[in-house]
Design a protein around this ligand. Structure first.
Ligand SMILES: Cc1ncc(COP(=O)(O)O)c(C=O)c1O
Length: 476
């Protein structure tokens, strides 16, 4: 029994969906950002027993229009500044539709020739976009955490003795990995799951710009060697999650070379800014990394999910992930083929490259770079406003597009300022006019805003402190 619609029905439902999407972008972007519903209220919208009977698709789509969009956080809108969450782009909506329609699975070349070749091309384009080696091989995965995990697996594989593949890590010297205190939590997860151990992830202190202190890094490497450990990998961060700090990537490259260590750069967030004239000096040395992670679903405006791993020597990638059972054998007597399953942990994977390819083609690198610069300008604009306001305090430098600050109204002692800012993030969420998140900067609670959304304007940026003041009124 076919599950398909008739041709007329399919077109009718696509048009219906198009109308809902158009309504979202033309009428709903400025509605409250956080939907303001509790977990039980959200569940109440959808909870029922497993449906045994059919539901009319038109009714289902109306449910999407009202309840599903109604209970979504409006991160596609201009007033969302939380985490490092992009707002996607409209050409990629079209790509996602075609991708779902085609339902390609690029585990092997012949299971989706175009998806495989397009992924290779996109990996090359993304490498070019950030000034990394065009010979790098890579894959598009679901997110930066998985991508960092995959790169740590590549580093470990290439730094460990060959037998460790079959024998495990038993009896080997403990391996150590180095990252700054500002490193993303995906590295803690990765070293734990990869059997390296969280105690062997050395968190190196940072300076007042939140960049890794390279002299302490080198001391730690030498001390670990002297204590019989095996340093394997140095991680540089090109845009920390907290404040957007970029480590001194050139010095990290020098240290990695000096000690013959794998050099990984986590550019999940900051990578796309690497060739912008205003900030390109910050990224000097990234091209010397053995592996890089960059997330098109962050600052290349591609909708979730798309995170790239780039590995300079393709053989290193293959050595880590190539495992071919009988049911995945295939021979070709023509040109050599690339099977992406040999470049990554997953086997089945969706046609992720289509939305990245269509984004890069439709907008072109120049326009995307201008847009990235505008995000930086927005963050710097907020920094300027905060710095000249008596009742706000900037808490970290703004090298890219993240600004961390706190509200410091006059006449309130430090302890209550801390309390006020802790309350503020939650109350701003509930208020719904804007959405930001909080973090800790040097032990102080910070309001953190991240600008990676071309729908935001300078006027929107100027509204942020006004909303914060207004929400704070009721809190002290
Ligand atoms: C520097 C950095 N690395 C890795 C990640 C993880 O990326 P994802 O959220 O796509 O898993 C993030 C997320 O914000 C990040 O900022």
């Amino acid at each position: 029994m076919s599950l398909d619609f008739s041709s007329e029905e399919l077109k009718k439902y696509i048009n219906h969906t198009a109308e809902i999407i158009d309504e979202l972008y033309s009428k709903k972007l400025n509605r409250r950002v956080f939907a303001g519903k509790s977990p039980s209220e959200v569940m109440g919208l959808i909870e029922e027993d497993l449906p045994a009977e059919e539901t009319a698709v038109a009714d289902l789509l109306e449910k999407v229009r009202e309840d599903i969009i109604g209970a979504s956080t409006m991160n596609v809108g201009p007033h969302y500044y939380g985490y490092i969450t992009g707002g996607g782009n409209q050409v990629a909506i079209l790509a996602e539709m075609v991708s779902a329609a085609l339902n390609q699975n690029n585990l092997k070349w012949h299971s989706s020739p175009i998806s495989t070749e397009m992924e290779k091309l996109v990996i090359k384009w993304v490498s070019q976009f950030i000034g990394y080696s065009e010979k790098a091989a890579g894959a598009i995965l679901d997110g930066g955490s998985t991508a960092n995990f995959n790169c740590m697996a590549v580093a470990r594989k290439n730094m460990a003795p060959k037998e460790s593949s079959s024998e495990g890590l038993y009896g080997l010297k403990p391996m150590t990995v180095y990252v700054s205190e500002q490193g993303h939590s995906s590295f803690d997860k990765a070293v734990d799951v990869l059997g390296i151990g969280t105690n062997n992830l050395r968190k190196i202190p940072v300076d007042d710009k939140f960049q890794i202190r390279t002299e302490l890094l080198e001391e730690a490497i030498i001390e670990d060697k002297n204590q019989g450990k095996k340093p394997i990998c140095v991680i540089g961060i090109a845009g920390t999650t907290n404040s957007g700090a970029v480590d001194n990537l050139k010095e990290l490259a020098d240290i990695s070379e000096r000690h013959k260590l794998w050099y990984h750069v986590d550019a999940a967030y900051g990578g796309p800014a690497a060739l912008l004239p205003s900030v390109t000096h910050l990224f000097e040395g990234m091209d010397r990394a053995d592996s890089v992670v960059i997330n098109p679903h962050k600052w290349l405006y591609v909708p979730f999910e798309a995170a790239c791993i780039l590995v300079k020597d393709p053989e290193n990638l293959r050595r880590t992930f190539s495992f071919i059972p009988d049911y995945l054998l295939s021979n070709s007597e023509e040109e050599p083929r690339t099977d992406l399953m040999e470049y990554q942990l997953p086997l089945t994977k969706s046609f992720k490259s289509l939305k990245v390819w269509m984004t890069l083609k439709a907008y072109g690198s120049k326009r995307l770079m201008d847009t990235i610069q505008l995000d930086i300008d927005h963050a710097k604009h907020l920094e300027k406003i905060v710095k000249r306001s008596e009742d706000f305090e900037i808490l970290a430098p703004v090298p890219l597009s993240i600004a961390c600050f706190r509200y410091t109204p006059a006449g309130i002692e430090e302890e209550r300022i801390e309390e006020l800012n802790q309350k503020l993030a939650h109350h701003i969420e509930q208020d719904g006019r804007i959405f930001l998140t909080s973090t800790k900067i040097n032990g102080k609670t910070a309001l953190r805003t991240c600008f990676i959304n071309p729908r935001t304007t300078f006027k929107d940026v100027e509204w942020i402190p006004e909303v914060i003041r207004d929400v704070a009124k009721g809190l002290f």
